[in-house]
Ligand binder design. Sequence first.
Ligand code: AMP
Length: 537
Amino acid sequence: MMQTPLTMTQMMKRAEMFFPKKQVVSRTASGIHRFSYKQMAERTRRLADSLTKLGVEKGDRIGTLAWNHHRHLEAYFAIPCMGAVLHTINIRLSPQHICYIINHAEDKVLLVDPDILPLLEKCASELHSVKAFIVMTDDKELPETTLSPIYHYEQLLTESDPNYSFPEDINENDPAGMCYTSATTGNPKGVIYTHRGIVLHSLALGLADGGGISERDVAMPVVPMFHVNAWGIPFAAVWFGTTLVLPGPYFTPKLLAELIETEKVTITAGVPTIWLGLLKELEAGSYDLTSLRAVLCGGSAAPKGMIKTFEQKYNIPFKHAYGMTETSPLALISTLKSYQDKLDPEEKLEIRSKQGTLVPGLELKIIGKDGEVAWDGKEMGELALRGPWIASEYYKDERTQDAFHDGWLYTGDVVTIDEEGFVKIVDRTKDLIKSGGEWISSVDLENALMAHEAVFEAAVVAVPDAQWQERPIACVVLKEGFKGKTTKEDLVEFLKPQFAKWWIPDDILFLEEIPKTSVGKFLKRTLREQVQKEVQK
Ligand code: AMP
């Protein structure tokens, strides 16, 4: 067989050649913007030309701090197709972490949405590698900013070559993208995506038993384009000629419902918090969402009740999936096998609320106390994955050795697997709390609390939350002499300047002691159960 390289340039060119009339609908700060893949391809070439003129070379990292919109989509293709690396930056992180990420990746240029400029200004003086800032604005004029040198995205495009030709010498194993993921403690860790990985992951998104995305779809990724490439949906959609709907900044459930109705969205994807919000909106208003053939849900466990309401009350098919930044992300998806159709509805729901079976192309093993676990839906072990779209290391980071061994990625997720191969996540070994699709490090909160003069010990655990899936609760043992004197409010005030608002624990419980393992580690599982009982009282 021929050894042709799997590069993103062929994805872009396919949309340009075969689907020039298909549309990208994008909600920006000033309203709904529509253009065709022909226009998108031309602007993508223009952006690549502009970046070349600014001195961007093969292998350079180009950061984006942006919402889901058409300009971000252009960057998604212009940057990798010119041989540079698309580095999407999570704008929900703290300014310190954002600054660390930009410096660690050594981003040469940053493409920034106007509303994110103030965030960037906070750390601009510490950015060592950035040579240019480009503002992706609808306005004719550049906003006022202290960042320099600063360029206007549209102005740059006007002055560029619409016939720029992408280099032919890209190797399929060259880096195309990168994204940082939160760590148990300390700075986020970088993951590099290669051209080959992105192409093969996109194929998986197109499989009927995978994402099932096709040309006939109208796909709306609600998951941010700064979080694992919006689960790779923009890449796959462009390649397949799928109509894309990008919901833009600060959307509400109402706005999403309206977009689904007016644009006749067929497939959409996001974290459970988004879908819980949409369900609430559906109860309040009247919308026609009959166009939807799939709601993809991942990032946190999809509650059974939610799946049931979508399917039984609203007749909207729901697909539960699992993945992580390190896995591009699609790894598991919960689709019933044909012969499981005859099971009763409750049994089917039980299976479909699991994280699912392995996507073709990947391999898994689940390692328990005594080696690989039995496929009995009971024995627990850590999920390990390998395959062509699974990362092999963290970028320039010694924490690689914690998660990658013998050619496998150890996910830190504790799971069971049943007789049919459906995997269910039961716990996490990583001390992270996932609130509304974003991570909170319990270890960082604990360290901060233990730096308070009154605190002897502190452990932070996740409790289930109807809206956010998980929220942090802190358990604190006060030092003798401070008991009865130091209050919850004192500790909250102490934490506030150190963390983003949504990191602050919802409650602080004062305990006599924190349960520990035989080696003195916090017994988080026991503590979690204890706290849950306390919270329910
Ligand atoms: P991230 O790298 O931020 O996308 O987070 C990946 C992690 O989110 C996984 O390791 C899991 O702990 C969690 N996760 C992702 N999908 C699911 C899911 N469907 N159910 C439960 N947890 C999930």
